[in-house]
Design a protein around this ligand. Structure first.
Ligand SMILES: C[S@@+](CC[C@H](N)C(=O)[O-])C[C@H]1O[C@@H](n2cnc3c(N)ncnc32)[C@H](O)[C@@H]1O
Length: 305
């Protein structure tokens, strides 16, 4: 089975690997529009568009240059590919120094091409902002980031999937929820609670658990279905407080071990919660799925769409 989906924007926390499991909860094609209000690299939207599950897509994110980047991918991928190549080549003349220079410039002009370069070149492809809202992640000294020809191919492949079907909107997630319509389907992937409250604020913004609960209540009241990635476990450690059962059913996904954890000799299993709204769940209460199950689900999913 082959399920290869373009993924031009490298992004820590991307749901690329889980997209098939997430989409397997859409059993029938009676939804018109997929809305992904915490888009990041939009892995689930790209996977859904590859399979043509919805006729239109909305991706939102509070990080404005990221949304400008998506708008350019949708409208004019050649421009972003050329700009990326020019930035990537700057490092030949000035290894690492060029990274810090481009980062300084990005913090002044918020240029989306510079964000793409920084994401491709920084440690763990992870956005990190200081309290003043400046991008402050360091360069990855062992890897050079996606090579320009590969990046160009990925940008154009994503463009072909999204052109004419996808709107990218820079916004807080709540207005998208308030404007939800009957035949919409939501996939929500807010920052984990540990990165939204307290000291480890890694994204430009976060969402408190209480705000999340209130927003999901709006979707439930409108009977608009959703799937949400939220809390989870790594070994004995729990990250985030589970949401009340009245809001949605929780399914635990066994996402296995990261390659880094394996290298460190860490054998803890990571479980991620997937909350499925009451309007779509059938008989899957508190099931634990493993990545092998995903493959089975992927075959089912491929045969359905
Ligand atoms: C865990 S990441 C999403 C990753 C995404 N599912 C993917 O596959 O790449 C969370 C995203 O939510 C965005 N975000 C944080 N607070 C937000 C808010 N209040 N409204 C909208 N987006 C927000 C962050 O900028 C970040 O891109």
């Amino acid at each position: 089975m082959r399920f290869s989906v373009p993924h031009p924007i490298p992004y820590q926390g991307s749901k690329r690997r889980l997209a098939v499991a997430i989409l397997s909860h859409i059993r029938a094609r009676h939804y018109r529009r997929l809305i992904e209000p915490f888009a990041g690299s939009a892995a689930v939207t790209l996977a859904a568009a590859q399979k043509g599950i919805f006729s239109s897509y909305v991706i939102g994110d509070v990080l404005e240059p990221l949304i400008q980047l998506w708008q350019t991918v949708i409208e004019n991928p050649g421009r972003i590919a050329d700009q990326y190549e020019a930035l990537w080549l700057q490092e030949r003349a000035n290894p690492i120094g060029a990274y810090y220079e481009i980062r300084r410039e990005f913090n002044k002009d918020n240029d989306p091409a510079k964000l793409l370069y920084l994401l491709a070149r920084c440690v763990k492809n992870a956005v990190r902002f200081n309290p003043s809202g400046e991008f402050n992640q360091s360069p990855d000294k062992r890897r050079k980031g996606t090579r320009p020809p590969t990046m160009k191919a990925e940008l154009f492949a994503a463009h072909r999937l999204l052109k004419g079907k996808c709107r990218a909107i820079s916004t807080d997630f709540l207005p998208l929820i308030q404007q939800a319509q009957q035949d919409d389907f939501f996939y929500l992937d807010p920052p984990y609670q540990g990165t939204s409250e307290g000291r480890d604020l890694r994204y430009i913004a976060g969402v408190s658990r209480q705000r999340m609960i209130e927003a999901l209540a709006i979707l439930n009241e409108k009977r608009v279905p959703f799937v949400l990635s939220y809390d989870g476990y790594c070994g004995n450690r729990k990250y985030g407080e589970p949401l009340p059962e009245t809001i949605a059913h929780r399914i635990l996904l066994d996402v296995g071990r990261s390659s880094q954890a394996t290298l460190n000799g860490n054998h803890d299993v990571t479980l991620e919660s997937l909350y499925v709204s009451h309007s779509i769940l059938q008989n899957q209460k508190h099931t634990i799925y493993s990545l092998e199950d995903f493959t089975a689900q992927a075959s089912l999913f491929n045969s359905l769409v």
